[in-house]
Design a protein around this ligand. Sequence first.
Ligand code: GLN
Length: 314
Amino acid sequence: MKTQPVTVDGSVTHALHEAHQRFANNHHGKNASYIPYLASVPANLFGISIMFCDGTHAEVGDTDYAFAIESISKVFTLAHVLDDIGPQSLRSKIGCDPTGEPFNSVVALELHKGRPLNPFVNAGAMATVSLLKAENATRRWAQIESTYQAFAGRDLTVNEEVYASEASTNQHNRGIAWLLQSYGYLYADPMEVCDVYTRQCSVAITCQDLVTMGATLANGGVNPVTNTRVVTAKTIAPILAEMTLNGLYDTTGDWYYKVGLPGKSGVGGGILAVVPGVCAIAAFAPPLDVAGNSVRGQLAAEHLSRTLNLSLLH
Ligand code: GLN
């Protein structure tokens, strides 16, 4: 069996460049357009980063381009809430099971009497935001901001253009928030929660930020660049369980089959894969498949997982 790298070496940089070269001209998929700003992001952008638990990293392509974190934010808000309330409470209030439906499905909610089933569909993500212990929107936001910054190891900002674009078109999410409240699965004011959730989706990150955030998960909750503990070690397994089961929406099974790693995608084109105790892979390429996952991002992760023998199933 091939050995697995534990730091950046020649095999890692070679695999990274190979992945970029191989998929840079793949033009399948389409930018998200239901959030108008996302449709305007250049579709040819493509970056891939890898970071090991020792803090060494390698990157290729557009890894400094700031894009909207979108649904990948759900992982890091979950980390904060899990740390706070623990996995038992999280599971009873939200859950860890696939809905089998798209990430913004109202049908899925109705089928389960309002229980969101997992924190990575929009309903579950808003329920997660509502579980932050905060008496107003400012304090709720402050917790999210400081958590994301600790994961990234630097100050992050909201892309106000993305936020304005999402906030003026998020009627569907507002509907989901009200529905959740009517079923008793929202724990704060619905419109406050929906707005803070929209803001968290609008945080601008680069591939380099994303890989650092992922490497913090891979490294048991300690940011390998700043050497600061961001979440408790016991919080990592439940986060990775959610990513394993629900990270790529209704095609998570396909992803796991091919990549064999906990992952998370966002409609901004970002994608993250975590190899516990070893490294994280982040990729960014805006065009998405029908489920909402970056096409080139998935291909890059699959290539790296296979060539570097990173799958958890091997
Ligand atoms: N902000 C987006 C939404 O709420 C995030 C969805 C996603 O990335 N899948 O629809």
